[in-house]
Design a protein around this ligand. Structure first.
Ligand SMILES: Nc1nc2c(c(=O)[nH]1)N[C@H]1C(S)=C(S)[C@@H](COP(=O)(O)OP(=O)(O)OC[C@H]3O[C@@H](n4cnc5c(N)ncnc54)[C@H](O)[C@@H]3O)O[C@H]1N2
Ligand code: MOO
Length: 423
């Protein structure tokens, strides 16, 4: 087959190659329209709950703390016993983990942080605020009523909501649930994502002449797993129409999202679109005014969304953040976040061809007097390499009609979590 034919053999023929490109914001809407929030739930143990999304609100079974206890190391006493005197005999010690006990009248008990407050005590005086004489304690200034006492129920009431439904469980949520004796959490099922690379040249093995290593599947697996998806890595599809169609058919209805890279452009071996249609799927949109990432495709197969990213690895990375992250967010019931909205300033001069919004790697070189990040552009706008991205602190975007950038111009960017600084 030569490279001239791009006709799609299904009801998706209306998406001709000469059509006007979608804007990237329109494309995000199309991408989002292919997915619906997952309604199935499952129970997971707390140790496996990190990053999962709560499917129900979680309510406190009991009050916290569950008993009055000391917030400090010091002495538990009755304030009334300090009227007219400033010295009390110390008749014992109560430590964290001890059973509650009574405070004999006219005495103090040595008490440690977290220990149950002795019945009858009305304040705890910190050890630093008194003179510890071993068998007695000298208190110059009486503490305020209730001082250094953590009252039962003062942190939370029984029945109080701890976490609303839709919470993505972070380590501090896990700690809160553990403190409340929660062992299992009902969470939304994770999005199931089928992942393919395509290309006769792409290999996981040795690179014979003309072949290249698969960069896209490892990168996407990492991104998807980080963002809470259940990744099903289905390998590399050959540039073969029948094999691609068969692979789509074999997926059945087991996935929420089918993600491919490569074979969505204009070449005679770009079979993903036609194979999707031949397998009974549908293409909703193809080609976006975005650099890199122009030939991206959005569609569906059975109940799954299908997103076909281009093959160039930088286009895959940009496409993931722009389209896949919002799709995953919607699948998990979260609000999709727009890509690269943080304001920043350019420190560079750059003339560019307008027509497509462009995403490019940037490094953070400092902040301006308003505290805005100042960014330097990295790389040459080549979407086949990930090296400039690996040296970057984030990705910036300019609008389709932007013909150039000058130092001091406003930009928008997506910072990565780690800041390496400019090399
Ligand atoms: N006549 C036109 N040709 C091209 C256009 C166009 O508009 N008209 N768009 C160009 C753009 S932009 C892109 S991006 C690419 C995307 O093409 P495909 O999605 O069909 O991707 P492939 O041709 O399969 O691969 C492109 C490139 O990426 C390499 N690749 C593919 N998969 C991987 C992988 N898993 N790991 C690493 N690298 C991979 C592949 O070898 C190619 O070099 O089309 C342009 N052409
Ligand atoms: O969209 Mo392509 O990645 O510009 O080369």
């Amino acid at each position: 087959m030569d490279g001239s034919s791009v006709k799609i053999g299904c009801d998706c023929d209306h998406l001709a190659a000469h059509q006007t490109l979608l804007s990237h914001t329109e494309a995000v809407e199309v991408a989002l329209a292919q997915v619906q929030p997952i309604t199935q739930t499952e129970k997971v143990g707390l140790s496996a709950a990190h990053g999962r999304i709560t499917a129900t609100r979680i309510v406190a079974a009991g009050a916290m703390p569950s008993f009055d206890n000391s917030a400090m190391d010091g002495f538990a006493l009755r304030l009334d016993d300090l009227s007219g005197r400033c010295c009390l005999p110390v008749v014992g010690t109560v430590a964290a983990g001890d059973a509650p006990r009574d405070l004999p009248a006219g005495t103090a008990l040595r008490i440690y942080t977290g220990a149950p407050l002795p019945r009858g005590a009305s304040a705890v005086v910190m050890v630093e605020a008194c003179i510890d004489k071993g068998h007695k304690v000298h208190i110059e200034t009486p503490p305020a009523p209730g001082a250094n006492i953590r009252r039962a129920g003062s942190d939370q009431r029984a029945g109080q909501m701890l976490l609303p439904a839709g919470t993505q469980l972070a380590p501090h949520h896990i700690g809160l649930l553990a403190a409340n004796g929660v062992r299992d959490v009902t969470v939304t099922r994770r999005p199931r994502v089928a992942l393919f690379s395509t290309g006769d040249e792409v290999t996981d093995g040795d690179c014979l002449p003309g072949r290249i290593k698969d960069a896209n599947r490892p990168m996407l697996s990492a991104l998807l797993a980080r963002d809470g998806a259940e990744v099903h890595d289905l390998g590399i599809l050959p540039d073969d129409a029948a094999a691609t169609e068969a692979a789509f058919r074999a997926l059945g209805n087991a996935y929420d999202l089918i993600l491919t890279t490569g074979a969505v452009s204009m070449g005679g071996k770009d079979h993903v679109r036609a194979a999707l249609c031949a397998a009974g799927g549908r293409i909703e949109a193809w080609r976006v005014a975005l650099k890199p990432g122009k030939p991206v495709m959005f569609g569906s197969l059975n109940d799954a969304a299908v997103t076909g990213l281009p093959g160039n690895p930088m286009a895959v990375h940009v496409g993931y953040y722009m389209f896949l992250q919002p799709q995953l967010a919607r699948l998990t019931g979260a609000a999709p976040q727009p890509f690269a909205e943080a304001p920043a300033r350019a420190d560079f001069d750059w003339q560019r061809k307008s027509g497509r919004a462009e995403v490019f790697p940037v490094c953070l070189i400092g902040h301006d007097t308003d505290g805005l990040p100042v960014l330097r552009r990295l790389g040459q706008g080549v979407s086949a390499t990930l090296l400039p991205l690996a040296q970057a602190d984030g990705m910036a975007i300019v609008a389709a009609d932007c013909a150039g950038v000058a130092p001091g111009d406003m930009l928008h960017w997506h910072p990565f979590n780690t800041f390496g600084g400019c090399a």
